[in-house]
Design a protein around this ligand. Sequence first.
Ligand SMILES: NC(=O)c1ccc[n+]([C@@H]2O[C@H](COP(=O)([O-])OP(=O)(O)OC[C@H]3O[C@@H](n4cnc5c(N)ncnc54)[C@H](OP(=O)(O)O)[C@@H]3O)[C@@H](O)[C@H]2O)c1
Length: 341
Amino acid sequence: MPGTTRRWVLARHIQGAPTPEDFRLETLPLPELEDGRFLSKVILSSVDPGTRSRLSGGDSYAGAMKIGEGIDGFCVAQVIESRNPNYAVGDLIAAGGGWREHFVSDGRGYIQRITDRRVPLGCWIGILGVPGLTAWFGLNRVGQAKAGEVLLVSSAAGPVGATAGQIGKKLGLRVVGVAGGAKKCAWLKDQAGFDAVIDYKAERDLTAAIKAACPEGVDILFDNVGNAMVDRVLPLMKLRGRVVVSGQVADYNVPVEQRHGLKHTDVFITHRVRMEGLVVFDDIRAFAAAQSQMADWIADGSLKFAIEEFDGIERAAEAFCGLFRGENFGRRLVRMSKDPA
Ligand SMILES: NC(=O)c1ccc[n+]([C@@H]2O[C@H](COP(=O)([O-])OP(=O)(O)OC[C@H]3O[C@@H](n4cnc5c(N)ncnc54)[C@H](OP(=O)(O)O)[C@@H]3O)[C@@H](O)[C@H]2O)c1
């Protein structure tokens, strides 16, 4: 058993865009296992844009992180020592381990056994993990998606957006994506099967481009970006349209008082529009059914995903910071150790 392990902690509360200097990599001893606990070796860790909302010292839905606290994230890991009857050495799990090489757990919290090895392990913290499940429940439960409707997805090339758009296509919707750059847009059209894609970085008038791509209006806005996008699209919403508030990646680095406000709220009345957010864990009881359907689609090649791997724990902070510059192509993961055979 290793005597020590490494993890990233918050070095200071962050103002504006995160930089690697906001984090610190530390080495710490691994304690003797107490009864009821097990030790896991991390294989892959995720870096998640939503983590940013906890790093400025103010509470978000998950509570503010303190200086010196370990950075959270999701991981795929293998149990290497166990004093917990429910977890045996060799078990593969997806859990909320954070940016670290090992973690000790008492079996409580989000831990899922990985039994389906048809898909790459990284999928269990990507398209079959929190991002894919956010897309699934955001579109189905919150968005109430129906065949024939028009779905507009922002940050469409990210793991949440790309999955939401593809689920929308499977449900029979017309799907339009907004993403940054030609490479992301080409992938969404050619691989993910979106009906239309708008490269917002190349458009001088984004509202006009969205109008042109959705001439009859928008039934569902699946928003990953934040208030400026919601306010831009509100006047284009159809009667009884739905705005699914999935994430606010453009707003996480901006203090609340400087964020874009919503001006077009009259549309909620005139068009009976509904706007609702979600926390993916609200639907935890239904995860297994959604994962089983999506795993089948991945296995038959009809649900596409992109994974970018960064090698070694040293690269976690760098991988995270790039999310806010649009550098990620799909799900960003940090490889902590090799896949088991
Ligand atoms: N509600 C929940 O339970 C839940 C769970 C998981 C994730 N989420 C949220 O879902 C959203 C998407 O997550 P994800 O993991 O799929 O990440 P993601 O969309 O890949 O996020 C990174 C991407 O966001 C875009 N972006 C970054 N800064 C931006 C800015 N200032 N303006 C516009 N776009 C910007 C960039 O794409 P472009 O190059 O296309 O600009 C970048 O590549 C996030 O907001 C996340 O917090 C919510």
